[in-house]
Design a protein around this ligand. Structure first.
Ligand code: NZQ
Ligand code: ZN
Length: 387
């Protein structure tokens, strides 16, 4: 296990009906709030009204309409609102896109001398940032308890991750009831994203990480058990609660700290979203089994076999056979969640952009050198073709 520092100071308020705690939390930071939200789901399910009722004594400025795969123009608009209104605190109410947008707004507002996209392109941010409070409405990204954000620039077909410790949310409200209204499609996509965050850390070359791997396997079993329940019964509190807490723990450093390497499927998926604006978790579900097939070899087969044994109960003892069965299980699981499992099904009908996307995937990440199995441009093209 490698050396690491684990300091994730987000104050988590997990559970039912805790919105009366919102006003006291925000008061600590000030009275002028930038309320950030997406395309309207919080208006449909009543959360918007409940939040405004709690914040009747605050000065509320709104940044509405944050897109899935949030765009730099929306971030820039938010930073302008902060400057014009002397905002004290940012409240993000939504999924990962809304929370990521809030983080990027804080970073861009904290960098008045730079163009908005230049702030994102720096990839790491250590400047001043307005405090961020979140109310999570979709179990997926872990953005509610991590320092990262992913922002898209449509002018240049770039989707880049950035982050910094000052962007870590101060407080996050995790009420599973707020996810009852998430569609089947987004529930499945979010669960695939959680699984992918776990895979990305789990399939790794750092030895002796039993703690991280055991936690990951437990979280994977949690997702594979609870996602089908949530798909069948959207208002099953326990299923939604387990998915929500799994999403947070899958990407708050718990399963990745102490490990080296870099992530593979996310680097490849971000290009799909950057060129075709597809749903992040769906892209990951499509790519993951193909990536697993591509990188499987005699040396790493025991790791896939261990995953198969501890997550899927596969009893086959020949590592390569067990590994193949585990990969098939992964594919079948995503398919059973009604995820469209090919690129043409999500509108990527030809290969014309694969080379360019693969070049960007390699250029914007360290997959060519540091990945579990290093991936060159031609590997990425092959994985896209197999998808
Ligand atoms: O925009 P609204 O109307 O709110 O609708 C959203 C959106 O259409 C809807 N939704 C969210 N909560 C809902 C709901 N619909 C009904 N009821 C609710 N309670 O779901 C749709 C998708 O929302 P979005 O926020 O885009 O989903 P997600 O949480 O999966 O976030 C995806 C974004 O996060 C990035 C992805 O790349 C993508 O841009 N990621 C962020 C990470 C991070 N910050 O650590 C890591 C991830 O790997 C990921 O890259
Ligand atoms: Zn992800």
């Amino acid at each position: 296990m490698n050396n690491f520092t684990f300091q994730v100071g987000t104050d988590i308020r997990f559970g039912k009906d805790r919105l009366e705690e919102l006003a006291p939390v925000l008061t600590e930071f000030g009275k002028t709030v930038l309320l950030v939200y997406g395309g309207g789901s919080i208006k449909k399910n009543g959360l918007y009204d409940r939040v405004l009722k709690e914040l009747r004594d605050f000065n509320i400025i709104e940044l509405a309409g944050v897109e899935p795969n949030p765009r730099i123009e929306t971030v820039a608009k938010g930073a302008k609102l902060c400057a014009e209104n002397e905002v004290d605190v940012i409240l993000a109410v939504g999924g990962g896109s809304t929370i990521d947008c809030a983080k990027a707004v804080a970073a861009v507002y904290g960098s008045p001398d730079l163009e908005p996209w230049a702030v994102i392109e720096k990839r790491s941010y250590d400047g001043p940032a307005l405090p961020i409070v979140t109310i999570l409405t979709l179990a997926a990204t872990g953005s509610e308890m991590n320092r990262g954000a992913v922002i898209t620039n449509w002018q240049t077909n770039q989707k880049l991750g950035m982050g910094g410790k000052n962007l870590l949310p101060k407080v996050s409200f995790l009420d599973p009831q707020n996810t009852f209204s998430v569609s089947k499609y987004q529930t499945a996509a979010g669960s695939a994203d959680i699984m992918s965050h776990l895979f990305e850390n789990y399939f790794n070359n750092t030895p002796a990480t039993d703690v991280q791997d055991g936690i990951s396997e437990g979280l994977m079993r949690t997702v594979t058990k609870n996602c089908p329940i949530a798909l069948e019964t959207p208002d099953d509190y326990d299923a939604r609660a387990n998915l929500m807490w799994a999403s947070t723990l899958a990407l708050n450093g718990l399963t990745g700290s102490g490990k080296g390497g870099t992530w593979s499927c996310h680097a490849m998926e971000h290009e799909l979203s950057a060129f075709y604006d597809i749903t992040h978790g769906i892209g990951l579900a499509i790519l993951t089994p193909r990536w697993m097939h591509h990188v499987l070899n005699e040396e790493n087969a025991p790791q896939f076999a261990q995953y198969g044994r501890n997550v899927w109960g596969i009893t086959e003892t020949v590592p390569m056979m067990a590994a193949r069965m585990a990969i098939q299980k992964t594919y079948d699981y995503f398919k059973d969640c009604q995820i469209p499992m090919t690129l043409p099904e999500v509108g990527i009908k030809d290969e014309s952009k694969f080379e360019e996307m693969a070049q960007q995937a390699v250029a914007y990440s360290k997959i060519a050198t540091d990945a579990f199995v290093p991936l060159q441009v031609e590997d990425v093209v092959k994985i896209y073709q197999a998808s």
